[in-house]
Each structure stands twice: as structure tokens, then as C-alpha cells.
Design a protein around this ligand. Sequence first.
Ligand code: GDP
Length: 369
Amino acid sequence: MTEMIQCVGCGAIIQTTEVDEAGYLPESALRKGLEKGTLYCQRCFRLRHYNELKDLNISDDVFLNRLSEIAEDKAFVVSIIDIFDVEGSLIHGLPRFIGNQPFIVFVNKVDLLPKSTNLKRVEHWIRRILKENGLFPNDVILGSASKNHTLAALRTVIEKESKHRNVYIVGVTNVGKSTLINNLIAYYGGEKEVITTSNHPGTTLDMIRVPVNEQYAIIDTPGIIHRTQLGLHLNREELKMVLPSKLMKPTTFQLNPNQTIFIGGIARVDFNKGERTSFTFYVSNDMYLHRTKTENADGFYQAHIGELLQPPFKENVDSFGTLSPRTIQLKADQDIAISGLGWFTVNQDVEIVLWIPKGVGISIRESII
Ligand code: GDP
């Protein structure tokens, strides 16, 4: 191929020789696509039509190296994080990659929080986590990539900054970066829905430019795969169950000590010590919550993991691994957020043992409801 053609889904350069590399498209499909005028690489085509994902030989280093290009440009950075996976979605080394470029944090998927959520407290909590991780953004903006009317504040910043520089959108996979870019493309007059969105990490492969004015553009960067996300313990179908996708309905249990709640097969909460307490869970409506006696919990888990307690699904129980316990003191009206899954809150001081997959982050905060 002489001319470089980009996939309209992920931005990778289309090529017809390396099946396992980014941008692959069989020669015949390339010809057909050229006639039609829109070209998706095979990977994006499959993702769009069959929601099927092919793993690619691309390392995190390649992704991260692409980010360091930002440091050399006149740039402003919008770092997207997921309200349900703050720990898992913030980019710890951001200042290292972007140098001294100014940045803001856009907190996505706020539409899924219950209506009674105190957004000031959410923002306060997020600022605390950012600070704990050495991140000092110019601003923190809450919104929803999929809801245009929540994006006004973000667009104001983008329009102001793009007078002087390019606006780079960065984020780990699954934070909703493609959804946001698609929305910005639609808003700034481009073709609608040109970027692939999916439930699977690793959708966006290469940089895509969305011109905002004559000189500067919004630039989409590759999604960085983050290994501590709960999503990486699960396959696409399992992830669909776990990730909240509709407005959350809280579920409350009145518990006595020595009772246990399972959150599917992903997490287990043993109520160790305290007075009778109400535990309120905010997780995907598709997750099954099961109460049992703590003394029976091990046996119950062994008997029902992969079936009643899922995800993981039965065929993935072995690869999912085991849950690791951690003893935690929670105060009345504190939440404990489990990255990628949601959170729960208690109305009394309690001691619990929380069992979650290794590497999944947790954070304790003042209750946001
Ligand atoms: P990317 O990997 O960062 O590009 O993420 P995607 O844009 O593919 O989004 C990942 C998943 O989150 C998809 O299922 C989206 O529909 C969903 N999603 C993205 N943004 C929002 C949002 O603001 N609200 C809700 N409810 N879902 C969102």
C-alpha cells in the first residue's frame, strides 16, 4: 500500500499483511471498503458487528510511549476516570508522561449514581484520591460521556484551551473515552459515531484528531490497559454483568455479626464485630447478593461459585483465582468503594472482613448518599 489509510474505528493504519497486528484488514475487504468509502480494520469490524475481540500484540509500553508525545506538543490534557473505578482508572504516571502540561480530570459515568448522591462529596473524595496519588489537576469536572447535556462544563474548557493548543484525551480502557470522543465529534460537526465503543478493554488503538478550530484539535490517545482493574479478572460477558449500566438501585440488609453477604462470586463481606447494622450495597442491578452465616460461607462459595454466585462463569472459575481477605474497621456512615464493582455503606461502626480478587483497589470515604 502506498497511501496510509486509517481505520475509522480505532485510528490504526490499515495494513493487509500482519494478521495479529493493529489495523489488519484482508485485501478483499480493503477493496470493498474503499468502494464504500468507510474502512474499519478487521478487529473494529468484528467488534462492531459481532462484539468479538481479537487480542493484539501490543504492549503497554507502546501505549505509554504514545502518551509521551504529548509532552512535546502545545498541549492541554483531559484525563478521564471512571466514577466506579477511580483507583483502577487514574493514570498514576500521568505527570511523567505529559511533562508539565496542564491537565484536568473528567470523572465519567456520573449518570449511574442514584439521584440522591451528594456530588460535592463525590468530588471531594476524588480530589483526595488524586492528591494521595500525587495528581494535582487544574480542575475536576463530573459528567457523563454518554449524556450530552452533562458535558457543557467540559466543552467550555475544551473550547477555551483549544484556542492555544491541542486538547489530548487520555484514559485507561473502559473509562468511556470512545464514547466521549464520539460525542465531541458529533458536537463539533464531524461524522457521528466513528469510533468503536465496547465493553472490552483495549478498544482504542491509535490517535484520532477531531478539529475544533482551524489550528487545534481534540486528540484521542490509545487507551492504556490497567492491570489492577477488576475488569481484567473477567471476560467481556462477565464484565457486562459487573459494570453498572443502569441507574443503581441500592439493596439494604439488616445484619448481625457473623453474617456474610456475597456479591456474585466477586466479593464477600463478613460482618465480624459490631451491633446489628444495616449494610446498603450499590452495585450493578445484575449482581446477585446472597446472605449466609459466616461459618457456612466457605462451603457455600465452593458449592455455588460459577453458578448461583457469578461472575465468574462456571468455565472461568479456575482462571478467576481466589478471593483474598482483608480486615477493615468501618465507621458509621462511611462507604467502602471496591474499584470496578461499586460500594457499600454501614450505619454503625463495624469490623468486617472483605474478600476481593487480588490487586483490586478499595477506598474508604464519607458516605456519598
Ligand atoms: P473506552 O474503552 O474508554 O473507549 O470506553 P467505551 O467508550 O467503549 O465505554 C466503555 C463502556 O462504558 C461502554 O459500555 C459504554 O457504553 C459505557 N459508558 C461510557 N461512558 C458512559 C457514561 O457516561 N455513562 C454510562 N452509563 N455508560 C458509559
